[in-house]
Ligand binder design. Structure first.
Ligand code: SAH
Length: 232
């Protein structure tokens, strides 16, 4: 896991902001100890704040892993609300199902198993919040769907957008095998920052979190760039 902030700061943030109580807290602890990918604690805290403000009824998550962030987000649902969460990795989903049961959240979390590239076009939403936390190289491809599926005023929250800070460097300073992702993520960040459909902020927390509000419907179907990154 990459972080854009220094360890001493991350450690402080994790110490000053208490861990979640109950089974959710146990799942967080176990997952970190086992190196299972879950959002950093400080990102979880920001998510808690955003969702407290938003009071969502329906949430879509792309990237379930073992169900930690799904479980977290159910805490902020309006009465009768649900979290729908997508993952394609059965090994993770097996644990996610176990954890969802442990948390007693079977009626609030619905898992859709498969590749989000196949599932997203089939969904009709609408959702109040979409949390995108999957393969970074696909974020651009998922963006038009996320916009289509969100209500106006809905939040799109995207994790891991800063590539450990490499995003701010020229591609020549980035290891060769990281360059495709580097270019795709830069295009993604350019797109969310320049469309008038979203008001966006890129927050350097964890490995970078983009927070976007859908402010209007697009006039025509959105076509985002396959363009070269702007500064190269
Ligand atoms: N949100 C989780 C962590 C997700 S880790 C939490 O904080 O608790 C990322 C997950 O995304 C992995 O489990 C991986 O299998 C899944 N993933 C990546 N790309 C995907 C795709 N295209 N479709 C479905 N799942 C995907």
């Amino acid at each position: 896991m990459n972080y854009v902030t220094d360890d001493y700061l991350n450690n402080y943030l994790r110490t000053v902001q208490p861990h979640y109580d109950g089974v959710l807290g146990e799942i967080e602890k176990e997952s970190r100890a086992a190196d299972v990918p879950i959002i950093p604690h400080e990102t979880a805290r920001l998510l808690s704040v955003l969702l407290t403000l938003k009071k969502p009824k329906n949430i879509l998550e792309i990237g379930t892993a073992v169900g930690f962030s799904s479980g977290l987000m159910t805490r902020y649902l309006e009465e009768g609300g649900t979290v729908t969460t997508i993952d394609r990795f059965e090994v993770m989903l097996k644990d996610a199902r176990k954890n969802i049961k442990r948390m007693g959240l079977e009626d609030k979390i619905k898992i859709l198993e498969g590749d989000a590239a196949d599932i997203l076009p089939e969904l009709s939403g609408p959702y109040d919040v979409i949390f995108l936390d999957a393969a970074k190289g696909q974020y651009s491809a998922f963006l038009p769907h996320c916009i289509r599926l969100l209500n106006i005023g809905g939040l799109l929250i995207v994790d891991d957008v800063l590539q450990g800070g490499d995003i701010a460097k020229t591609r020549f300073a980035v290891p060769r095998r990281q360059r495709t992702i580097h270019k795709r993520l830069k295009n993604f960040l350019w797109d969310i920052s320049h469309t008038d459909v979203l008001t966006s902020s890129i927050v350097p927390i964890g490995d970078g979190l983009a927070v976007c509000v859908k402010v209007k419907e697009p006039n025509s179907p959105i076509e985002f760039s396959n363009k070269e990154s702007k500064d190269e």
